[in-house]
Design a protein around this ligand. Sequence first.
Ligand code: AMP
Length: 401
Amino acid sequence: MKDWNLRSKKVLLRVDFNVPIDANGKITDDTRIEKALPTVRALIDQGARVILMSHLGRPLKSLLPDGSIDKVRFSLAPVAVRLAELTGHEVLFASDCGGDDSLAKINQLSDGQLLLMENTRFYKQEEKGDSEWAASLAKLGEFYLNDAFGAAHREHATTATIARYFDKDHKGFGYLMQAELESASRVMDHPERPLTAILGGAKVSDKIELISNLLDRCDQILIGGGMAYTFFAAQGYAIGQSLCEQDKLPLALELLEKAKSKKVKMVLPLDSVAADAFRAEARTQITQDVSIPDGYMGLDIGPKSVKVFREFILNSRTIIWNGPMGVFEMEPFSHGTAEVAKAVAEATYKGCFTLVGGGDSVAAVNRFGLQDDVSFVSTGGGAMLELLEGKILPGVAAIRD
Ligand code: AMP
């Protein structure tokens, strides 16, 4: 993108403006718009005519009682207003995506001006990756740029199919996408060692492919959160009422075996904060060891675990963190995650490359105000998870192939 001369050129830019909007049409978190600004600004500065495309929510899954699309709730119109405020430039808005209104407004675009087209998911062709529709959209621009990392794991018309209609000198990644891919590659392809994965969250079943792929690459894997208890149950420890996936016990043992044979240190918690109910007001105790008493459930890692996890974190040169260490949304069970977040920030200041990827660990670093104290916070939960699982993202392949 940097090497192209885009003055007066029509550039189709796919972004991820899938922001939360409340019932009054107010955007409650504009992080995703902000993250696209470096690319948008660069295009404005170059004098390109920028045609923005994005999805918002799942309009086809939340139809109105008469079976029609809720075009108010899922409209990108409020995003156009916010984008104008953030860039300080006028943003034209088309009430369709690739229809008559879009065509008329594209013809009005002057150099350095922005047009946002309406929600791509108002069209059933989007999620089907429909070739005909993608081809018709491709005709609207001379270049195609993809900066929608959060949607790169979807093989949709505007995230993947459309790229087929541009040769490699006319398609590329935006700056956000580039930064996300470089961060993932720094962890997965050429990490400075030791490479440590910190994995948490509720279920082992959501993270099987992740753990399996990381076992091929990491030196150390720290496991916290609800999923640790399936590993404990598999080894015959008492886990009380803690989260446990009975059908995943053999798999947990397999993963522990795989770690042993690959000489990867798989570190489980040494103690837990256990509670007699899944409530912030529950009666709690810190367990002496890994066993959880009957009538209690493990909802956070305990202080001994924090100490050991901290040591592993601080001896690392590269860290990938996915998933909280406990039920961090409730204060009494947030300390393990907070301490791990602090240790990751400390490691970053010592020169360790730290990538936080995956929805809830991102929410956790934000909650503890440490988002600027780690090397990179991924914007794409599902997309980053798939990259770390070793998958090729359709949105990336469509540009590179
Ligand atoms: P995930 O989306 O799989 O990363 O899971 C994140 C969720 O796991 C968060 O909402 C946490 O509250 C929850 N979680 C973490 N640790 C535990 C635990 N020990 N027991 C129950 N839920 C947990």
